[in-house]
Design a protein around this ligand. Structure first.
Ligand code: GLY
Length: 566
């Protein structure tokens, strides 16, 4: 009888969504408004170059190549040639797709390569230096996208990027601070001072001639330059001199892959996001399906009940993430079940507003018959109506810290996104399982969540963020800020954010962003609050289509992010 009653209550909650009147949150700030096209990225220089390419008649895919390479020049913290990423797109005709250019484990990688003889994880081996480096995918990715959908010559696209590297760009205050804070690591890993050192001050112009030369060769010889040409030889020689197991064969075998994105409904929104090997789309789908029956609008933006519902849904999704998700080319993922209403309704059955569900009572859901914070995101809408969302990374800030000075770029430390030892947390505190264990040529699980949202069948929003494990929850809150709480795109990306990832058992909240009383109430209910780990949860860049058809950019206040449009 009790069970029947419980079932009735849960079913009622899921079926009776009462979206009745609650005052929309006030818009305090609108972002840049543009009539036709826009690029929002982590640096003004990169957004400007993306727009320059659009103005030359290029489309979103040409602008992607330009913006991504420009970020590699002026935002080496995460922009890269030595990393990887994911693209989600929506063409003007409504067709959608996704591209995976995630790094891969080298051919010589082994499951226990980061463990000592006793089976313990060797500190720093998967995060710093040559053994942390996965086979880079970025150049393969930007070429694959541009070749299929772009309109301009690669040389035309890369011309302003090469000029930026040659002529230099201005160091910002934030950049000076970041470089200074990593200076000791750069010296420790590279055994010498590199181009990026604490001698650089805000306002200085920095030129990267080595990178300009690499890009020039890529402009002339295409993708092959990076994977089988002079750059490949130089890169492998350099990596091997530092003890890396990456070979020329690894580079020659690398391929970016078209993937079917994850698409689902939330109210009248159609949400399209990245599929595995990123966990972003599936987790976002799970969380949004779990929270959909609750009347968030009525509870209010960052209100107690809103935080509780989101946190409890996040906990359950992240528990599943750790157990079930990995590279779909190597493991079978029960996507249909994980994202089904029945499964997710059952996952939320233990939810109560009275107290947190204990983390050890959650674990991963049972399925019968189951066979760095330091990433960067940019959004582009072009004048032809195509939209893209791209997230790209070296993993940690400046990746492995290994800097190939002859080539002008940093190498990733993406190998740490594998589970070196199932059950043991990685850099982001994420717990992984067998599905994400190391296998040669496998792609490591990601949290990157480039996402495109349609409303009533039309393009509505392009959004994404860096933030490691907090990426998914930052994208989630940005979508809800616009859709449920009627914030402008700029307010939506600027709003304070919180995060829960099942383990560690805590809610991370941006310091000074939340009502003290709500924090006290959460503590009284039994939630552990962490306001100290990081002042920044994500750095979201998005584009919203307003009702009059113009575009609003949201460039996160937390960084040097800038929207440029026309
Ligand atoms: N390296 C961060 C991520 O892929 O999620």
């Amino acid at each position: 009888m009790k069970r029947l009653l419980l079932l009735f209550i849960i079913t009622s909650v899921f079926n009776c969504k009462n979206k009745h009147a609650s005052a929309p949150s006030k818009i305090t700030k609108r972002g840049l408004i543009a009539k036709q096209a826009m690029v929002v990225s982590a640096r003004e220089e990169a957004s400007k170059i993306g727009v320059e390419i659009l103005k030359k008649g290029g489309n979103a895919f040409d602008a992607m190549m330009a913006t991504e390479m420009a970020l590699a020049v002026c935002y080496p913290y995460a922009g890269n040639l030595g990393g990887g990423g994911f693209l989600v797109y929506r063409m003007a005709d409504g067709s959608k797709g996704a591209l995976d250019y995630r790094e891969k484990a080298p051919l010589a990688a082994t499951k226990n390569m980061y463990l000592d003889k006793k089976g313990n994880v060797i500190k720093n081996l998967s995060t710093v230096g040559s053994m942390a480096v996965g086979v880079p995918g970025t150049i393969a990715g930007v070429f694959k996208a541009q070749e299929r959908y772009g309109k301009l010559e690669v040389k035309t696209i890369l011309e302003p990027v090469i000029a930026l590297a040659k002529n230099g760009y201005t160091i910002t205050k934030r950049q000076q601070k970041r470089i200074a804070s990593y200076d000791a690591d750069f010296i420790a890993v590279n055994k010498k001072e590199i181009l990026y050192s604490n001698k650089l001050k805000a306002g200085d112009t920095i030129k990267n001639v080595a990178l300009a030369n690499t890009l020039q060769r890529i402009a002339e010889h295409g993708k092959a330059e990076f994977y089988t040409g002079e750059t490949a030889t130089k890169l492998v020689d350099y990596l091997q001199s530092k003890g890396s197991i990456i070979t020329l064969e690894d580079l020659a075998k690398y391929e970016a892959k078209w993937r079917d994105p994850v698409t689902f409904q939330y109210d009248n929104l159609t949400i399209t996001s990245m599929s595995p090997p990123s966990s972003g789309g599936i987790c976002l789908n799970q969380i949004m399906t779990m929270i959909e029956p609750f009347d968030l609008k009525d509870y209010g933006h960052n209100a107690l009940k809103t935080i509780q519902v989101l946190v409890e849904a996040e906990k359950r999704a992240y528990a599943d993430r750790g157990y079930y998700l990995g590279d779909p080319d190597f493991v079978s993922i029960p996507t249909q079940t994980l994202t089904s209403n029945a499964y997710l309704k059952n996952r939320m059955a233990s939810f109560s507003f009275k107290q947190p569900t204990p983390v050890d009572a959650i674990s991963h859901g049972k399925i019968e018959g189951y066979e760095s914070d330091e990433t960067t995101h940019y959004s582009i809408v072009d004048q032809f109506g195509n939209a893209i969302a791209v997230t790209t990374t070296l993993n940690g800030g400046y990746g492995s810290k290994l800097y190939a000075d002859d080539l002008g770029f940093f190498l990733n430390n993406e190998m740490d996104d594998f589970s070196s030892k199932p059950g043991e947390p990685n850099y982001y505190g994420l717990i992984g399982a067998e599905a994400n264990s190391i296998v040669p040529e496998k792609r490591m699980l990601s949290s990157m969540t480039p996402t495109i949202i349609e409303k009533n069948g039309e393009f509505y929003m392009s959004v994404g963020t860096p933030g490691g494990s907090t990426i998914i929850t930052s994208v989630l809150q940005t979508i809800l800020n616009v859709h449920e709480f009627q914030l402008s795109m700029q307010d939506a990306v600027d709003a304070p954010r919180f995060h829960n990832q099942w383990l560690p058992d805590e809610i991370r909240m941006e310091p000074n962003g939340f009502d003290k009383e709500i924090i006290a109430q959460l503590r009284d209910l039994g939630y552990k609050i962490n306001e100290s780990r990081s002042p920044v949860i994500g750095k979201v860049d998005g584009i919203l289509m307003l009702e009059d058809g113009t575009l609003e950019g949201g460039a996160d206040r937390r960084g040097d992010d800038t929207a440029v449009g026309f």
